[in-house]
Design a protein. Sequence first.
Length: 96
Amino acid sequence: MGTTPTIVPLLEAMRNDPSATVRERAAGSLAESGMLSHEQRLIAVPQLIDYSDDPALDAQTHAWAFQALANITKQRLPSNSAAWRNWYQTSVASGQ
C-alpha cells in the first residue's frame, strides 16, 4: 500500500465490486488514505470525474466519487460532473 500502482486497483474496486461497502472503502482510501501522497491521489481525479456521471454506476457510487473529489482536491464544487471537468481542465490539467 501507499504506492502509485495501488491507485488502479482501488479505482477498479470502486467501480466494479458488487459490494457497496467495498466500493465505499475504495473511494475512502483514494480520498483520505494516509498511505498515499496528495500527488498520488490527484492521479485518480480524472477517473473519479468519469465515475461521477457514469450511467453504469448507482447514485451512491456517484456520491462517493464527488466526496472523494472534494477530499482530494479541497475544492467545494457542486455534485456536477461538468463543473468538476471544467475545474480540472482549467486548474490541474493546465498546470495552474
